[in-house]
Write a new protein. Structure first.
Lengths: 292, 322
């Protein structure tokens, strides 16, 4: 087969469609991972309930869509809902566990995640909640238009979040607390207020990602766990607290997973990517920063 | 360190009670009791790791499910039981070495992530690789090549005997010089390193020990229960073990045993009660928030030790979770 016919073959179109899908998966992981790094960098919390806000975002969007019959409005509802819930939950325990170590926070959030999963199962049951894609139609070489829109929206959100952190006054405050909590407090900024903002933003980003993925993967109880494992792998590979590293690693993970799905079962593709990441972790620890 | 006279007596009482069970209980309850001991072993394995060494393994089910599945796979293909047990030990060693190596290499948060990842990946693998694991249907061990060939009473004695031996060995380990080294690594890793301890090696060793205990529990589970499902490897069970250990009281051995026994019993009694896991999770959150030393450290209000007015408050038991 010569190159020209390969280029025009159906196989090639499969590949490019998968590449778009990889972008969707990658940016979704990136949005979730962004919240994870943020809350770890600023509050030093290993938030093992983070994935559940992704799941709650999806379920919120589904429930809102049943009432509103308007998908984009539902995404907004889901974002606000998961952001508020996340902020309230973390801040409710923040006072009590103010000087608790990271292990106790990890245990607490593990429990919170477990509870959230059970609550959602009690309310919605364990079956898949489906929804029609709000934008129908497909493009050649790309696949569903909705997927392209999701990828674009996610990229825009990530860019906006980075701008917010790097360029605005609130972003500077957040980074200041992350850098030196005491000095910021002395300078007259309440770290508690910043913590509140960070936990709201963190859960909100995960919630938006979940809501946007609702038409693609539908909503089911273990979706939060799945995305959280990926997000954690990405965050650790990118270097805890290193946002740029996490973003690059997310895109690599998404594309790899999507491409491997061409030849393997989806679950096996994820496994392979995770194993690869574990290997990268060890190599990186030994001082080779060859990925970025 | 905590003075633990009461805890010593409690441990002895647990063992004596467990070994006396066959005299008093009918067969059905003995079967349930054997089940409890197996889950208690899994709780002990995590307590050694999380309680004593401070290593947060949130994927403990991997060390439990892998040997159990290996036995199932070998036996259901007609292999002899001895071969199955040897294969299970080999598989456990491989998985424990791999997880332990990656987890200690990445350290800190990495330990949580790698153990979680391991449990999650193996769970997925068990679901996907249907030819080997039976997928969602799981595996059934034939009666002939399991402990079911023995009478229930003898079965129970095997489980209780092994369980008591593991508990005794874990207590010896915790109170030995090595146990002190573990406590040292837990409380100040950098100082240990400065004193010349090979912290990475100690962490890997204790991960292997813990995996070994979990593996014994897994092998017993396969041989007694004879039905294997992917859940035995999954993040759900991994989380539940953490809950048992913390609820009972980490770093006490007896606390996690009580935690496991209490909650497995509750699960069986309340299995028609749909929101049981929710109650368990809420209780766990409450314990981590308000009583991080676990239920075992709680005293009924009337029996609180009197302290001289103005004297120092008795320090709360050390949990290492603060």
């Amino acid at each position: 087969m010569n190159w020209r016919s390969f280029w025009e073959s159906e196989l090639m179109e499969y590949v490019t469609v998968q590449l778009t899908y990889g972008l969707v998966v990658g940016t979704t992981i990136a949005l979730t991972a962004l919240g994870l790094t943020l809350i770890f960098g600023v509050m030093h919390i290993v938030n093992l309930s983070h994935g559940e806000f992704f799941m709650i975002g999806a379920y919120c969007a589904w429930a809102a869509d049943q009432v509103l019959h308007n998908f984009w409005g539902s995404v907004l509802v889901a974002a606000v809902g998961s952001a508020l819930l996340g902020g309230l939950l973390i801040m409710a325990f923040q006072r009590r566990l103010a000087d608790a170590g990271p292990l106790r926070w990890a245990l607490l959030t593990l429990g919170l995640g477990y509870v959230l999963r059970e609550v959602v199962q009690l309310i919605f049951g364990t079956d898949f909640k489906l929804i029609d894609a709000p934008l129908k139609g497909t493009l050649p070489w790309i696949g569903g238009i909705y997927r392209l829109v999701v990828a674009g929206l996610s990229v825009a959100l990530i860019v906006f979040a980075m701008w917010f952190l790097n360029r605005t006054r609130y972003g500077v405050l957040i980074r200041a607390v992350a850098g030196n909590r005491e000095a910021t407090a002395i300078a007259g900024v309440s770290p508690l207020a910043v913590y509140g903002w960070v936990s709201v933003i963190s859960a909100g980003l995960a919630g938006v990602a979940g809501a946007l993925m609702l038409p693609v993967t539908s909503a089911y109880p273990s979706m939060g766990l799945e995305i959280m494992v990926a997000a954690f792998a990405v965050v650790v590979v990118g270097g805890m607290g290193n946002i740029r590293g996490a973003l690059v690693a997310s895109l690599v993970a998404g594309e790899l997973e999507a491409l491997l799905t061409l030849v393997l079962q989806p679950n096996l593709a994820i496994l392979l990517v995770m194993t690869l990441f574990m290997a990268v972790l060890v190599v990186r620890r030994e001082g080779t920063l060859w990925l970025w | 360190m905590v003075r633990s006279g009461g805890r010593e007596r409690a441990t002895t009482a647990v063992v004596v009670l467990a070994l006396l069970c066959p005299l008093a209980l009918p067969d059905f309850y003995l079967y349930t009791a054997a089940d409890l001991i197996i889950w208690a072993l899994l709780a002990i394995s995590l307590d050694v790791l999380l309680g004593y060494a401070g290593l947060p393994s949130f994927g403990q089910a991997a060390f439990f499910g892998v040997p159990a599945y290996t036995i199932g796979i070998v036996v259901s293909r007609g292999g002899p039981l001895t071969l199955a047990i040897l294969a299970a030990i080999a598989a456990l060693l491989v998985i424990a070495m791999a997880v332990g190596y990656f987890a200690t290499k990445t350290g800190g948060v990495g330990y949580i992530v790698v153990t979680m990842l391991a449990s999650f990946s193996l769970f997925q693998l068990a679901l996907v690789w249907t030819g080997l694991t039976g997928g969602e249907n799981g595996l059934y061990l034939p009666r002939a090549s399991s402990l079911a060939v023995l009478r229930v009473r003898a079965q129970y004695l095997v489980v209780a005997g092994l369980g008591s031996a593991v508990l005794w060995a874990s207590r010896r380990l915790a109170r030995s010089g090595y146990g002190l080294a573990l406590a040292a690594v837990k409380s100040n890793e950098r100082r240990c390193r400065a004193l010349g301890y090979n912290v990475e090696r100690i962490k890997l060793q204790v991960t292997l020990v813990s995996a070994g205990i979990a593996g014994i529990a897994g092998i017993l589970y396969a041989l007694v229960e004879r039905a294997l499902a992917p859940d035995l490897l999954g993040p759900g069970l991994s989380t539940e073990v953490v809950i048992w250990v913390l609820l009972g009281g980490a770093q006490t051995l007896v606390g996690p045993i009580m935690g496991a026994a209490l909650f497995v019993t509750l699960k069986q009694v309340l299995n028609t009660f749909e929101s049981y896991p929710l109650v368990l999770g809420l209780l766990f959150v409450a314990v981590v928030t308000w009583a991080p030393a676990g239920l075992i450290a709680l005293r009924p209000p009337g029996r609180r030790r009197r302290r001289s007015p103005g004297g120092p408050r008795p320090s709360p038991p050390e949990t290492g979770l603060g």
